[in-house]
Ligand binder design. Sequence first.
Ligand code: ZN
Length: 162
Amino acid sequence: MNPLRLGYILLLAGILSTTVVAQKVLVVGVKRPETCAFATGPLIEDLKDVSFPKDWRIAIACTAIAWKELQRKGDAFATNTAYTNLKGRITILNGAIYQQPLPLRGTTRRTPKNVLRHELGHIVCQCGDEDKADHAAGFSDSAWLALDTPQIHRIFHQSSPS
Ligand SMILES: [Zn+2]
């Protein structure tokens, strides 16, 4: 893996947002983060509602070529929107979802925010199962208790019937 080839730029979401504290957004395929603002802008907004674990990383493919490259690295050709590497603690997003008309085509997740929720679902259930990920993502009122271990623990508020 040679991420430098993609023009890997590290962007601390925390600098741009007070509520997203430590998540790191990697802008892939562009030389300057500003070039990817069409995606990072709405992404950082969405991350205020969809709470990924604090230390999670999100890589966003800012060009079609970058997305193809990241698909290849992740062997993730089944998706055109996003995938999550639980071991690597990283979620890869296709920046194109922020340019396409809604509802998104070719996926049951109709908006970029729902794509994020679904990927978060994989993290919550710690599984690759699509249905379980959707189910886990449905608990919008869940709270994170992220420990310094590979395991992520979750607490569901009882006030959140789904
Ligand atoms: Zn999935």
